[in-house]
Design a binder for this molecule. Structure first.
Ligand SMILES: [Zn+2]
Ligand SMILES: [Zn+2]
Length: 99
């Protein structure tokens, strides 16, 4: 099951809106990406479980692109949660669950 979260920066007010994160839809794992061109957060598939020769294998993705501008973007680190604009630690709010 994945979670729907919101990231809000207490210092500069950056607000991610609702983003999907975690494990759900069709054995796909979602992570949070940040596009510095569009200055916005979104979710991207970071890994997929595939059934191959009798076993489940996790295929991880290493390259992510912004859906809006096609810029190569990096994964946002949900452990450190440092704001991409001002480096303050962002607050994480739980919006709901999905699967
Ligand atoms: Zn900030
Ligand atoms: Zn973009």
């Amino acid at each position: 099951m994945g979670t729907m979260i919101k990231l809000i920066c207490p210092s500069c007010g950056l607000n991610s809106g609702t983003i999907y994160e975690g494990y759900g839809f069709a054995k796909k794992r979602y992570g949070v990406i940040w596009c510095k061109n569009c200055r916005k957060f979104s979710s991207a598939v970071i890994a997929v479980d595939k059934y191959q020769s009798g076993k489940w294998k996790t295929q991880k993705y290493a390259i992510f692109r912004c859906k809006d501008c096609d810029e190569r973007v990096s994964l946002f680190d949900l452990n450190t949660k440092s704001c991409p604009i001002c480096n303050a630690i962002m607050d994480q709010e739980l919006v709901g669950f999905w699967d």
